[in-house]
Design a protein around this ligand. Structure first.
Ligand code: A2P
Length: 406
């Protein structure tokens, strides 16, 4: 049994800088803003952290789950942690003196209500994570790089296929990998890894080959529209066949598809958030013959058809295999539509699927859609006389509602 720590001893929450891929998930999840970052590291402020654990399940790498017993007066400061290249070694617990009954950290630990589940669907296959790290990256070879949006549009999105040759790189749909762009950052240090979701299913971009694909948008401006050069996206979009790429991962243990027959998928995405949806759809498409699939429903948002990645192949999928709903926001002569508008339009079918406990929902794409999608799901539920908070709770508890937004 864990005895309470003496008041002067702190179980300090730390992030491993060698494994962290700087995806910002922990900082976004922390309900009390105890996590911060600079150009070097993501760190936990010992003065604020109350050990609530809200940030731990969403971390794709497990870098967040590090703890050291330290004398409270000697806790590693934010300033120190920002300068770390690696975690300090484990040390013997500091000597206890005085009061025994005090808890380790101030404040009552409580789990924040994240919008999505912290567990995978019950039947998901077991994922491998962190097989390759910053210290032991894997070298992949580019075997394909194709633009998947109209050449005349501003959305330069590429489908990039990486091959692993003889080396194992086992993945599942919904997982991601990290890419280490070559060169140094402004501080003269190697660039951090950038995280990309897989666009291909577990058995490869080409079934039976040891490869996978990514969906990468060339970043030329920041969220506010100011000119910005995306280090890794430009590197990846410019790769040519036979180029070598340093890869780490795989990452992710919750945004995974159910593995039992007749499970239904509601997939909601914008832009490159389509990557995991393509992976899951392709997994299902390859087993159409087996009759194992449940119902697939897709809500996909893009500015125009020509800026919607994979538009051509997507529209060739049989309607009795997948129910496709395209939300176009800037198509000439058409009203502006977002995915959440279409969820409301298709309330009857969404409700029918939600009523089935074999249905899982996946949301991937722009951060801004998170609230819009949750509101739409709440509206369709409430209109049918159900209590959204009860359903939302069940979806989270049962690993049936997953978000990956950026
Ligand atoms: P918009 O035309 O208003 O930007 P992008 O091309 O920037 O990756 O965006 C993909 C799609 O997501 C676009 O249609 C964009 O519309 C839409 N979008 C932007 N903000 C939201 C939001 N808050 N909720 C849902 N969709 C959004």
């Amino acid at each position: 049994m864990n005895a309470p720590l003496p008041a002067e001893v702190l179980k300090q929450h730390l992030i491993d800088p060698e494994i962290c891929i700087r995806c910002n998930t922990c900082e976004e999840t922390c309900p009390i803003d105890a996590i911060t970052h600079d150009a070097n590291n993501y760190v936990v402020d010992p003065e604020i952290c109350n050990g609530c654990m809200a940030c731990v399940p969403p971390c794709p790498t497990g870098a967040i789950d590090n703890w050291r017993l330290v004398a409270r007066a000697e806790a590693h400061s934010v300033h120190d942690q920002l300068g770390w290249e690696e975690l300090p070694p484990e040390q013997a617990p500091p000597e206890a003196t005085g009061a025994e009954a005090a808890v380790a950290a101030p404040g009552a630990p409580q789990l924040a209500a994240a919008p999505g589940a912290a567990v995978p669907p019950w039947s998901a296959a077991h994922p491998y994570v962190n097989l390759y790290t910053h210290k032991t990256p894997m070298t992949a070879t580019v075997v394909g790089n194709y633009r998947v949006t109209g050449a005349d549009t501003d959305s330069d999105i590429h489908h990039i296929v990486l091959d692993f040759g003889e080396l194992p790189f086992p993945v599942l749909e919904g997982q991601s990998i990290g890419v280490l762009p070559p060169g140094l950052d402004a501080q003269g240090r190697p660039h951090h890894a950038r995280q990309y979701s897989l666009a291909s299913p577990r058995d490869g971009e080409r079934a039976g080959y040891n490869n996978l694909s990514l969906t990468v948008k060339r970043v030329t401006e920041d969220h506010a529209g100011a000119a910005a050069h995306g280090v890794c996206s430009n590197y990846l979009c410019d790769l040519v066949k036979n180029d070598k790429v340093q890869v780490i991962g795989p990452f992710g243990h919750t945004f995974l598809m159910p593995n039992h027959p007749k499970a239904n998928l509601i997939m909601i995405c914008t832009g490159t958030g389509s990557a995991p949806m393509r992976a899951m759809t392709e997994r299902c498409r390859r087993r159409i013959e087996s009759g194992d699939n449940g119902k697939l429903m897709l809500f996909f948002g893009a500015r125009t058809e020509r800026e919607l990645p994979y538009f051509g192949p997507l529209m060739k999928l049989p309607p009795d295999f997948i129910d496709i709903n395209l939300a176009l926001s800037r198509e000439a002569g058409q009203p502006k539509r977002y995915v959440q508008d279409l969820i409301r339009d298709r309330a009857a079918k969404v409700l029918e699927l939600l009523a089935d406990r074999n249905t899982c929902i996946y949301v991937c794409g722009l951060k801004g859609m998170e609230t819009g999608v949750l509101d739409a799901l709440r509206d369709v539920t409430v209109q049918s006389g159900q209590d959204w908070s009860i359903l939302h709770d069940a979806l989270r508890r049962e690993g049936r509602l997953h978000f990956e937004t950026y």
